[in-house]
Design a protein around this ligand. Structure first.
Ligand SMILES: Nc1nc2c(ncn2[C@@H]2O[C@H](COP(=O)(O)OP(=O)(O)OP(=O)(O)O)[C@@H](O)[C@H]2O)c(=O)[nH]1
Ligand SMILES: [Mg+2]
Length: 598
């Protein structure tokens, strides 16, 4: 069969999408006059801006008469479940590893899944153009990692390709850079097995989905046995054993970056189809008369929850288009159609919903998308999901790695230990120290910005969920209180200037604020209410402003994720298309005092 199915897997930022890009270029998908730019696959706004892949994507190219279906996967650990699922469509993987960083937590996770599922790996040591990279050492590390993951003989006998996806070359040997990525394509044809097709009636596992507002949900998967035809009646085998009779309306295969309509798809190929009602990920599309389901696949359980509520700040409705609880509910319902790891539950209040996800990034991507669409909302502090397992209170635990220059390693270790992290390993890698810890997810929330500050921006931090373990006890969170606005209005340099020694500010002069808004961080542990809207009193002798050239320190501006990690339990983050503000849930000081007493 003239097909190869591969998934590209790696830790975040190791260069997967860049490589897929180059493969698409190399196989002359683009006519010379078309210049689609870089990272054409990261095609939604957020992916482009942040340079990360959020959703796995299928593309396909033809090389030497053979069709290669390629699945580009996200590298961030919040989306690990997605990678695991789409591996079901592949026979082999390209494991990309950064020639400088070497294997990272997510490398281990995705590789382990691929090894367990029996996929044949090709190792690509990428970014060999980086100064101080160490391809040989990294190669050795990958081998050891594979060995420790109990790879089979055949898997351990992996071919290795070196190169620079960015510079558009791949070669068997990193000392002799090439001009193109042909050596990688050759290795794929040579080493990745073609799909094995078993005899039997139709089977296709639905492993992924897409959503279109015209046709609704689109099922994506690989035809395991038999063939699919347009118009064909089929059975949909649900996870719970139920069988729904259905018919295929439209069939598509992947070609380059697009999907093309087709009449028939044979076993071994990957396709997308429209017309099946009521399917979920993990269901099997099977023969109409004689349905035989495949084993269902599991979907990651959420590990984090957050309250979503309508905006009820004094600035409600000023900046957004969609602001009511009905808007919020409809938007969340729509999201559930395609965001597989997301759960939404109603609360006692019709204005609020409990939203469950895989982590800060997973949830912040949703919130950021909503604000761009014109929504206003508020969110509560993210909480990890505590479970009772065998009568014991358990919490999510993560593996955390930190790479820092030696001089900062002491501070990094101290910070992690304070948050109930346990050091597992420490080794020198060149000028830097590589640290490995086990730590409750709770401890990681809010840590990364502090870690960067403590290490002069040098720390490379990475973490991923390992398992639920017994609760590790209280963790001290932020040790600074908030600076809270006493009276709404416009901020003045005069009043901000006088308060500069109280802490750091999140706002500058001439900004609109409201009572109860958090505008800074107190240098002391308690909250403090301050007056930032008082102008300098005019006197008869001088015109205002002439004598007070106040120099304000530039304010700290939080990104959405930073704000989510920074906020306290009694605060909300207010999100509108034009602003991200932190506020007290109770805006008036007397209300907060009264609640504090109860
Ligand atoms: N120096 C160097 N940089 C590279 C190379 N390949 C990719 N990069 C850069 O690394 C960054 C991340 O590349 P991506 O291709 O987006 O990485 P990714 O693995 O798809 O990332 P996620 O999808 O978010 O997991 C980009 O800034 C690339 O330009 C390379 O060979 N050398
Ligand atoms: Mg990517």
């Amino acid at each position: 069969m003239n097909i190869r199915n591969i998934a590209i897997i790696a830790h975040v930022d190791h260069g997967k999408t860049t490589l897929v890009d180059k493969i698409l270029h190399q196989t002359k998908l683009f006519k010379d006059h078309e210049t689609p730019g870089e990272l054409i696959l990261d095609n939604n706004d957020l992916e482009r801006e942040r340079g990360i892949t959020i959703l796995a994507k299928n593309v396909s190219v033809t090389y030497n008469g053979i069709k290669i279906n390629i699945i580009d996967t996200p590298g961030h650990s919040d989306f690990g479940g997605e990678v695991e699922r789409v591996l079901n469509m592949a026979d082999g993987v390209l494991l990309l590893v950064d020639a400088f960083e070497g294997p990272m937590p997510q490398t281990r996770f995705v590789l382990q899944k691929a090894i367990q599922m029996g996929k044949k790996p090709i190792v690509v040591i990428n970014k060999v153009d980086k100064p101080n990279c160490r391809p040989d050492e990294v190669h050795e590390m990958v081998f050891e990692l594979m060995f420790s993951l109990e790879a089979t003989e055949d898997q351990l006998d992996f071919p290795t390709i070196y190169g620079s996806a960015k510079n558009g070359w791949m070669a068997r040997d990193f000392k002799t850079p090439g001009e193109d990525i042909i050596p990688l394509l050759d290795a794929i044809l040579e080493h990745i097995p073609e799909p094995v097709v078993m005899p039997g009636s139709l089977q296709m596992l639905i492993t992924s989905l897409d959503y279109s507002s015209y046709v609704g949900r689109i099922a994506i998967g690989r035809v395991n046995r038999g063939a699919l035809k347009t118009g064909q009646p089929v059975s949909l085998c649900k996870r719970d054993g139920k069988i729904i009779r259905s018919r295929i309306k439209e069939l598509y295969i992947f070609q380059g970056m697009t999907r093309v309509k087709t009449e028939e798809v044979l076993a071994g190929d990957i396709c997308a189809l429209v017309g099946i009602e009521g399917f979920d990920i993990g269901d099997t599309i099977a023969d109409f008369e004689n349905p035989e389901p495949l084993d269902p696949i599991s979907i990651d359980e959420p590990t984090m929850s957050m309250l979503f509520t309508i905006n009820n700040s004094p600035f409600f409705g000023k900046e957004g288009k969609f602001v009511t609880s009905r808007h919020l509910k409809e938007r969340l319902d729509k999201e559930l159609e395609k965001n597989l790891a997301l759960r939404v539950e109603p609360t006692d209040s019709a204005d609020s919903f409990m939203v469950y996800g895989r982590g800060i990034l997973h949830l912040s991507v949703l919130i950021e998308t909503m604000r761009r669409e014109g929504y206003e909302l508020q969110v509560g502090q993210p909480q990890v999901i505590i479970k009772e397992i065998g009568g014991e209170k358990c919490e999510p635990i993560e593996q955390l790695t930190i790479d820092v220059p030696e001089e900062y390693s002491g501070r990094a270790i101290e910070m992690v230990t304070q948050r109930r992290g346990e050091m597992l390993n420490m080794e020198r890698r060149g000028e830097r120290i590589h640290l490995e810890f086990k730590i409750p997810s709770r401890g990681i929330i809010g840590m990364s910005s502090n870690m960067l500050t403590a290490t002069a921006g040098e720390a490379v931090v990475s973490h991923r969920f390992i398992a639920y373990e017994p609760y590790k006890g209280k963790i001290e969170s932020r040790t600074n209180g908030s600076l809270i606005v006493l009276e709404g209005g416009t901020t003045f340099a005069y009043s901000l200037g006088k308060l500069q020694d109280r802490g750091r500010f999140f706002i500058g002069e001439h900004e609109e604020v409201y009572e109860g808004m958090v505008v800074g961080e107190n240098s002391r542990p308690d909250d403090m209410v301050i007056n930032v809207t008082r102008p300098k009193k005019l006197t008869n002798f001088r015109a205002s402003g002439s004598d007070d050239k106040i120099v304000l320190a530039p304010p700290t501006r939080f990104s959405l994720e930073e704000a989510m990690e920074y906020m306290q339990k009694d605060e909300y983050v207010e999100i509108t298309p034009s602003a991200i503000r932190i506020r007290k849930i109770l805006l008036k000081e007397f209300e907060r005092k009264r609640q504090g007493k109860n």
